[in-house]
Design a protein around this ligand. Structure first.
Ligand code: IPE
Ligand code: IPE
Ligand code: MG
Length: 234
């Protein structure tokens, strides 16, 4: 694998609602089409050789949307997850979730746990779905667990460093984000992978998520390859 190929690609899949509205359709139509793009891009990313793909599907702030939209998103999540087994098997994808699952319906959690178990031995790409994910929440939870372990003497406070702290994040078993893609025209991070994106390269697309294609993913990777990462050095 080339040195300058991104190992971990994260995507803020934004613009579903605006895309649908621009076509005179309901926002929920955009979410549905967007969910089909998730499958397409999962397949493409696995084929291209990306090792870790993290997709932002629902943030800790998205609960503040109208109840009807949240309800639709939860139902969509359930039906889409139920159909994923084949996709993951065919593409050797190992599935995982980052986020606080305690807020979800137990039937959704059941499907998620089933997929994690069934794909545990796949050794191609790791796909992480960010569900009820918030970067600030993740860090605060990690701090709480660190404190707990320090209190119980599993951890010596003097030894806490970045490496040790990272073990308490959802992403403890993966590298930091190399390439962060956001569709939908906004240029912000929206509470996504705050810690893990500290030296990520950002590539923004004006087009909305339902219009995102494999060619766009390849274009983002090509752009990444042109970037000169310095990590604070010279
Ligand atoms: C992203 O699309 C999907 C979720 C946040 C669930 P949006 O729903 O944010 O679409 P826009 O940004 O309003 O167009
Ligand atoms: C970020 O999109 C969250 C997801 C894509 C799941 P939002 O649409 O929620 O972000 P803001 O509100 O524009 O910052
Ligand atoms: Mg949005």
């Amino acid at each position: 694998m080339q040195e300058n190929f991104p190992k971990h690609v994260a995507v803020i899949m934004d613009g579903n609602g605006r895309w649908a509205t621009s076509l005179g359709k309901k926002r929920t139509y955009g979410h549905y089409i967007g969910s089909l793009v998730v499958d397409k891009i999962t397949k493409s990313a696995a084929k291209i050789g990306i090792k870790y793909l993290t997709l932002y599907a629902f943030s800790t702030e998205n609960w503040s949307r109208p109840k009807s939209e949240v309800r639709f998103l939860m139902a969509l999540l359930k039906t889409q997850l139920r159909k994923k087994e084949r996709l993951f098997e065919d593409n050797n994808v190992k599935f995982g979730v980052i986020g606080n699952l305690s807020a979800f319906d137990s039937r959704i959690v059941e499907v998620i746990n089933g997929l994690i178990k069934k794909t545990a031995n796949n050794n191609g790409m790791k796909l992480n779905l960010a569900l009820n994910y918030g970067g600030k929440y993740e860090i605060v939870q990690a701090v709480k667990k660190v404190c707990e372990d320090a209190k119980n003497k599993y951890l010596n406070i003097d030894n806490i460093d970045e490496k040790i702290f990272e073990r308490y994040l959802y992403t403890h078993d993966m590298p930091d984000v190399d390439l962060l893609i956001r569709t939908g025209g906004e240029k912000r991070i929206s509470n996504f992978l705050l810690w893990q994106s500290s030296y990520a390269e950002f590539v923004f697309f004006d087009k909305h998520w339902p219009e995102f294609t494999e060619d766009d993913l390849v274009a983002a990777i090509d752009e990444f390859k042109q970037r000169k990462r310095r990590f604070g050095g010279l």
